[in-house]
Design a protein around this ligand. Structure first.
Ligand code: SF4
Length: 169
């Protein structure tokens, strides 16, 4: 395949982009990376870096989990002020990766420090099937010959790929 990401190496970012916009996932996996210039992304990374610094990341190659506590609870920190299904899907993907490594995963928690909220993510057989189906979808997008069509422009607000898709700066 042409993508610079091995389709077997699906990380949390891939899942997040898939659910936001399949075109974004394709562009990202084929090496187009404007995130470094995007202030919203940089802000999110700084929140991640400073809010829970006491915790060590769990590195699974393409996937980097914020941290895992005793009992195998997966934790993910978001700078967003609004919980999103994308965040839960990311956690489910991490649960799947850990379960495949033989970890008896108990579930996940998404942390939103800016609004002082947490949301629980259930991990059970149904959740595993959902995570597996999402991963298959991500692979299909990544290995496609070309990018998916653009979303309606109203959905592109704040996306770091606007300059590529729409010629915005
Ligand atoms: S700008 Fe719009 S179409 Fe392009 S990747 Fe972002 S959300 Fe998708």
């Amino acid at each position: 395949m042409n993508a610079d990401t091995d389709a077997d190496e699906i990380g949390g970012v891939h899942i997040k982009y898939l659910l936001h916009c399949p075109r974004q996932l394709w562009l990202y996996s084929h090496g187009y990376r404007p995130e470094a210039r995007n202030e919203a992304v940089a802000f999110g990374e700084s929140v991640d870096d400073t809010t829970y610094r006491r915790h060590a990341d769990v590195d699974l190659g393409a996937a980097k989990i914020d941290w895992v506590t005793r009992g195998a609870i997966v934790h993910e920190t978001k700078s967003s002020r609004e919980p999103s299904p994308q965040h839960a899907a990311q956690v489910l993907h991490y649960c799947l990766l850990l379960a495949r490594r033989g970890v008896n995963v108990q579930g996940g928690v998404v942390h939103y420090p800016l609004i002082r909220r947490t949301t629980k993510v259930v991990w059970d057989a149904s959740a595993r099937r959902t995570a597996e189906a999402t991963e298959v979808s991500a692979r299909q997008v990544i290995t496609a010959d070309g990018p998916a069509p653009r979303l309606p422009r109203a959905h592109c607000r704040g996306c770091s790929y606007r300059d590529y898709c729409w010629g915005d700066s």
